[in-house]
Write a protein that binds this ligand. Structure first.
Ligand code: RUQ
Ligand code: CUA
Length: 653
């Protein structure tokens, strides 16, 4: 059986175990439970040590999880609408999901990148990628809100994204699927002209200022699939490394056709050089339509602006920007160790892990130690760049993280295990089974220059028998390991929200005291804000009715409204007057073709309602806010079109 069919059968772990015998995990539950339980126990009222920001995969969200407890604190909507708090439903938040394709209410979020300064977590932002309709989002870690989304033009399948440079100068996003780019004419080509017409792109997004993500430049590359990437750090700061597959340039049955070559490439990019060319005016300005969406902190209103051009550099025309490093068998992850010297390729069909040396790479570039070119890009000699190979690591290496103590941890999808190895000696020193088929893994601070070490979380692709079964659709699963000692120890299983891909964790102490508790009313600049109970009013503008409403424990003002007519569009602009932590009010009305809206203290949110029949309709608060929460309600009367019921509103009459 060749390795390719092992990978396929590997999808069912039991089949793979039969093939590779020795790698079969021990029976589930083989944990020293007493010790493990105390290590993950966070006593009631006590706090976790780490915030873990976890991608939600096909649910399009991030989740916020405490470590070591595995407790979920929040589902943080990013690329998918979230009826629970009205994200994507309130008038204020809809523009956040605008794209050049219009309103897109869903996406597939795979990777988290936390902002860094000097290569270390700085606790400012979390970034995430939309895989399907290419976008990158920024989340503010003081409000845990999505505050900015930038669409990526000329990209398809924004998988190799987002990855940050050591001072968050750039967020980098490259396209998984190459596609024809350019104007209508150059895009309308037969699929079987892939080799001539399809291109990859790598976008360098300036991301160091909130509200100002923009594509500084876009590299046009040969038509390959970009899978993942990492920025250089310390000595390799200024470089970026991208794993590629389908360098065969197949356009059909990639399962077979993109696995032909013995080696694909890690593409090394000298982004400081690219920056110089851009500064020197060498970039080409091309037309491109893409959205940039920003949330204003004081008004709470998102705005969407359509951009119309992007600056490109074709890497073929600039011979000192990019180099190809041969890497065995369709590499998935490419990871850079904390020193910045070693670049680890994870050929998902390979039986070894190649470790490349940055110093040797520079030397090979300098001495033109090439083995040829690929589509005009120099290909360096494998042996000249290689530090060495980790032999017999297991099967199906995908991703590598670091503990800052000289060890690397690689996830092995096919043999379902995490493998610990010595970065200098390239020797496997320990391994631990995962249940089952681990994809990403995460060490807090693992991709930074100063990993926080201590724990490792495996994000598994198959859950099978780990939890009480829930029909055909099962929760995905994460597993927490203690890596503080010589041996990797399994501590805890916990189910996840959506399908987790990458996650990053940072020490709670970095951000917990910076949390915004409420929005100061005096700073609320929403044009429909109502800042005191006596300022409530209703304005009719033709068929549009604007209700300036307030909410405070435990009533809405006004709570009786008459004079609405069929054919009207009613906008409830609800300001939460509370100035205290943890007192949101919700607003919902019968028959609304939208979600509720949940309003944080000091904020204003708008729910649009188009009544479809005559009658009296109740509205109410959805969040249990006080002992009299059940009393927090009101009525609105809808009369036939053309009726002469005057527009009136009241509270307490
Ligand atoms: S991926 S299981 Cu979408 Cu990051 Cu590697
Ligand atoms: Cu306000 Cu319940």
């Amino acid at each position: 059986m060749n390795i390719h069919s092992i990978v396929r059968t590997g999808l069912l772990f039991t089949a793979a175990a039969a093939v590779i015998g020795g790698c079969k995990p021990k029976a589930p539950g083989s944990v020293d439970t007493g010790d493990a339980a105390s290590k993950v126990y966070v006593a009631p009222g006590k706090h976790d040590e780490f915030y873990n920001i976890v991608s939600g995969g096909f649910n399009g969200q991030m989740s916020v999880v405490g470590l070591p407890s595995g407790r979920v604190f929040k589902i943080l909507p990013v690329f998918s609408v979230h009826p629970e708090n009205g994200y994507g439903f309130s008038e204020e938040s809809k523009p956040m999901l605008n794209t050049s394709h219009g309103f897109v209410p869903w996406d597939d979020l795979h990777h988290i990148a936390l902002s860094v300064t000097n290569g270390e977590h700085d606790g400012r932002w979390a970034f995430g990628n939309a895989n399907n309709t290419p976008r990158v989002a920024r989340v503010d870690l003081t409000t845990f809100e999505t505050v900015e989304i930038l669409e990526i033009p000329n990209s398809a399948g924004n998988h190799s994204s987002p990855f940050v440079t050591a001072n968050t100068e750039y967020i980098v996003a490259s396209s998984r699927f190459s596609v024809p780019i350019g104007d209508d004419k150059s895009r309308d080509v037969p699929i079987n002209t892939y080799k001539e017409n399809f291109k990859g792109t790598v976008s360098f997004i300036r991301a160091d200022k909130e509200g100002d993500m923009h594509i500084a430049f876009q590299l046009v590359t040969p038509g390959v699939n970009f899978d993942l990437a990492r920025a250089g750090k310390n000595k390799s700061h200024g470089w970026f490394f991208f794993s590629t597959y389908n360098t065969e340039q197949a356009h059909t049955l990639l399962e077979v056709n993109a696995s032909q070559k013995d080696k694909d490439f890690i593409m090394a990019v000298n982004w400081k050089k690219a920056e110089e060319y851009i500064k020197a005016g060498k970039g080409k300005v091309v037309k491109a339509k893409y959205a940039h969406n920003v949330l204003d902190h004081n008004s709470g209103i998102a705005t969407s602006t359509m951009k119309d051009e992007v600056i490109q550099l074709d890497i073929k025309e600039f011979p000192d920007i990019a180099y190809m490093i041969p890497c065995p068998k369709s590499p998935h992850g490419t990871d850079v160790d904390p020193s910045g010297e070693y670049i680890i390729g994870s050929g998902k069909l390979a039986a070894i892990i190649p470790v490349f040396s940055f110093t040797k790479m520079l030397k090979a570039i300098e001495t033109k130690d090439h083995e040829g070119t690929y589509d005009g890009i120099p290909v360096l000699k494998y042996e000249s760049v290689l530090k060495g190979e980790v032999t017999k690591p297991g099967l199906g290496p995908l991703h590598t993280e670091f503990d800052g103590r000289g060890y690397a941890y690689t996830s092995m999808f096919v043999s379902s295990e995490v493998v610990k190895w010595d970065i200098e000696k390239l020797e496997v020193v320990d391994r631990a089974p995962t249940y089952y088929s681990v994809g990403h893994l995460m060490v807090p601070g693992g991709p930074t220059t100063k990993p926080h070490g201590k724990y490792l979380v495996a994000y598994n692709k198959i859950t099978k028998d780990r939890y009480l079964p829930t029909g055909p659709e099962l929760a995905h699963s994460a597993q927490l390991y203690d890596i503080s000692g010589d041996k990797i120890k399994l501590l805890l299983d916990f189910p996840t929200i959506g399908e987790p891909h990458y996650a990053e964790a940072l020490p709670a102490s970095l951000i917990k005291d910076k949390q915004v508790k409420f929005y100061p009313l005096e700073k609320n600049s929403h044009p429909f804000a109502t800042k005191s109970p006596d300022a409530t009013k209703i304005e009719r503008k033709g068929k549009e009715v604007h209700v300036y409403m307030t909410s405070i424990r435990s009533h809405f003002g006004p709570d009786n409204i008459e004079g609405i007519k069929l054919g009207d569009e009613v906008y409830f602009h609800v300001t939460n007057l509370e100035q205290d932590w943890d007192v949101p009010h919700g607003f919902a009305i019968k028959g609304a073709n939208t979600a509720e809206t949940l309003i944080m203290p000091g904020a204003t949110k708008t729910l649009k309602w188009v009544p479809d029949r005559v009658g009296v309709f109740p509205f109410y608060c959805t969040d249990f806010c006080s002992a009299l929460h059940q009393e927090m309600q009101g009525y609105i009367r809808v009369s036939p079109a053309g009726s002469n019921v005057p527009l009136t509103y009241s509270l307490g009459k």
